[in-house]
Design a protein around this ligand. Sequence first.
Ligand code: FMN
Length: 284
Amino acid sequence: MSHEPPSASPVPPSPVIEGMLRRRTTNGPFRPDRVSREHQHALMRVAQAAPSHFNSQPWRFVLIENPQTIARVAELAGQSMTELIEAGLFFQRYRRYFRFSQAEMEEKRDGIHIDHLPGPLRPFTRQVFSDAGLRLMRQLGVPKKLGEDNRKLVSGSPLLLAALLDKEEYRPGELSGFYSVFGLGAAIENIWNAVGELGMGIQFVSTPAEIPRHWAEIQTLLAVPQTLELMALYRLGYLPADQSRPTIDWSSRHRKRLEQFVYRETCAVPETDAFPQTSGHAQP
Ligand SMILES: Cc1cc2nc3c(=O)[nH]c(=O)nc-3n(C[C@H](O)[C@H](O)[C@H](O)COP(=O)(O)O)c2cc1C
């Protein structure tokens, strides 16, 4: 499938803006080569260029290259994915984000379009979130297959990045809790924008955080002290020339039209889109 990328929007020609519009999530494998120290440190420099409340710089990062640690995190990620899907939890929690047709996607322009299910499930695309669909998926071994896919993607990544927050600042319920999450988001976005320039890709490894005992094991593996909160995990590496789509493509380039998310003066007046986007940009 090929669509116009969002960069087709009329923005001034600028490498920074074009780079931001090209930013994307990598769902496929990376090359096995180690990420150079220079590139790792360049990513840390752009991360700390992000804004933070009172310049508090509440973010902390762990760069992880140890193959044993990566292999164990990969096992935990795969196991978490299998457990979440097997128990139906994944679809219960996230069904509202899935779109089953191009028409539905064109209307909402958010969420993930399921257009790439594993072969045997394809005829049942619309039923995957029903009890019957779940039973079928279990029978076909889909939870194990998705878990194994995830394990392989993580274990084949030369670099993992853990993002943490200083608990002096990260106080959920207080304004500084919100501010520090906001600052960490800005730091991560800088990394996300920079990886493409270095020939690299990045993907969130979120499943272990959904299963408390697996998340706790990762904190132990990384020796996270009481003073820090482990917030997120990413896998990174250099991109191969040929990027094939995974069994289920979790990322989407579709974006809402201006009138679906921007207002003029008050929330009562949607902004109109002078340059409507005709379509999204799917994974290559
Ligand atoms: C808070 C957050 C959590 C995410 N979790 C995952 C994830 O678990 N797995 C994944 O592959 N992508 C994850 N993503 C990436 C989104 O799926 C992705 O940004 C979105 O589909 C748009 O695709 P794009 O990044 O390629 O533009 C996450 C992004 C954010 C900001």
